[in-house]
Design a protein around this ligand. Sequence first.
Ligand code: SF4
Ligand code: SF4
Length: 373
Amino acid sequence: MKKTTENKYFDYWLSNDYFKTPRHYRALNFYLNTFCNKRCPECAVHIPKIKTPEHYSIEYIEHAASHFFGIEHVSITGGEPLLHPQFKKIVPHLKNWFGCGSLTLESNGYKLKRYKGLMKYFDDVMISHYPDNQDMVSLAKKMGLDGRPDGQTLHVTTARRARRPSICRRANFLMYVYGRVYPCACVPSGYASLGIPLTENWRREIAEVPMPCAECCFAEEAADETTVVPAIDKDLLSLHRSSVNYPGVREESRWPELRDDIKIYGLELDSWMAHEAIIHANQSAGEKVLRIHIESHIPEEFHPLTLSFMNARNDNIDSFIIRSQGSSWIRLDLSKYIAGHGEPRITMYCDKIYTGSGRNLGVRVCSLIYEEK
Ligand code: SF4
Ligand code: SF4
């Protein structure tokens, strides 16, 4: 394969394997655990919502590795893999167990110091860049490790939906978590039951799993109708629901079946709002408040901005002034939007976007959460 970057992970991320027929399965995202030491409200893999997180055992890892043996690339992820109590014992064996050509670690870096001697076993170490872990990012850079581009790691709000959904680059990686194989990072879309048990036939079986792009927060806007992925057939879902887990995985530790009952249309992949986004709230949430976490990334001198919120009849219900860059929380009383006509649809409008930097900068919607009044 032609090398496109200095980073193995990005070589696979940037490949177009997901467009090939039959699908190529060359790279795997392998979850070492579902524990994390952060609780990011917009965690796209819902780790903070897993009630009984788990560290997967060495037997579980070896069992999986024997089935994936020979796959080209493995990316170790979680949760936070460095929290695994047997990390030191596991890491030196991973390449041999998986028989893979390259190995990447994805981490938030908080425990990096403790395990820096083990980083030699990875081809790339990808540290998420958060506002509060810049020391770890600097340490990783000093160690020549940090494979992520500069800039903050942006999470995608799980409520995000595309109007015309198409497959995304996450389909370049298979995913293995709680004893199930997924055709991409589709668990966050709420279709945990789509995973198949790991058998010697996994390559054939995974190709039959329907892609839930139409309901997935990662789906991109299709360039044209030919690349729109149709909504999933619900009968196929119940078929996959009956599949069994790896025996060592506790039933209650499975990923919750999370399907956001708030949907927001009109955000780009990293959740930038241009001028307008449409929020569909749950009809039964009328007595609740919708809390929206936003960040303004527009240059400081273009502030203040005005965010307006309209109901389904385009009556202006709320307006908020954003005075400077950074985080804000907005609270909308949903009953005001539903009153009179009953439709829980909200149009969110921002009066400014900034196009001077070669891309549109605007308000970023980080998360949407229902709250009691
Ligand atoms: S650090 Fe990553 S895995 Fe942990 S809660 Fe945040 S986004 Fe989720
Ligand atoms: S289901 Fe989601 S993660 Fe998977 S390819 Fe489609 S858009 Fe990407």
